[in-house]
Ligand binder design. Sequence first.
Ligand code: R2B
Ligand code: URA
Length: 315
Amino acid sequence: MNVCIMTAKNFNLAQMPSDYLYHLAVNIADTKNTADIRKKYGHIKVVCLGGKDTRMRELAKYIHENVYDGNSGSDYQKDLFEEGHRYAGFMVGSVLCVSHGVGSSTMSVVLHELIKLVHYAGCDDPLFIRIGTSGGLGVSPGTVVVTNKGYNGLLRSEYEIAILGERVVRPAYFDDRLRKDLLACAEAVDGEAEKIWKVIEGNTMGAECFYEGQGRLDGASCTKVNGERYTLEDKLNFLKRCHDECGIKNIEMEAPMFASLTLHCGIRAADVCVTLLNRLEGDQVKATKAQLKDFEERPFVLVARFIKRHILSST
Ligand code: R2B
Ligand code: URA
């Protein structure tokens, strides 16, 4: 088995005779199989991650049409991880589009396995980009936020995880150069369609919960630390603190974990999320089906431009 995995921070992997990536149903078995793994995945330059299977399938199609002009030469609608029954993955050219579900714990499982996969496959400095949805803070719905730092629900820019019964706290910021390159792609060049929506840089809160963890008033419970119900005023005070004290422009559920694990493993990563609503104005996501389709495609446009300009032009 290939053991070129030092940056994955786990020397145990080098001693293991095989490694079964259980949730992807990918077996890294022996020398012969490693050659297959390299052939199948070794050309990956970008791993795009997003919550839903269907959105990742659409992203693969979008990249096939808009990055490769319909000539990716890939069977881009085939789900490579179907046998695992947990996550879906679509290969289009040198881009792998993978679903990660909702929340940090769900995403961390597929992230560990994907980081190992790109190492076993011998990929050369692959980038990981999350393409997601979020609630905005003081920005109009449809704005695309490219994250600088991830914040947790305690308003700290860190990710905390219990390991062997101890609190382990890791920093949670994204790659500077990748963020700047993505932001620069908001400007159209060479006859590309001019976009009409805003792309901004900001910090992102990744909450452990969609409802109370994001200060919503419409969860099954709406209760603060002393057991009392929190009010609209409490919620707005909290959201304004997030915005004013921490520069948080949007709230989702994965940013600190995603930033910290990729940083820890030496992978350059970015979080690009569209806002579906302005949380200072409400809690319910009321965008129509057509609006959602339009909003969800906005990060596709930015990331596809980035891939075309920075990844394919350098091959
Ligand atoms: C954004 O949307 C999902 C919750 O609806 C979650 O995965 C996130 O970060
Ligand atoms: N996803 C979230 O996590 N929060 C929102 O408000 C919208 C999408």
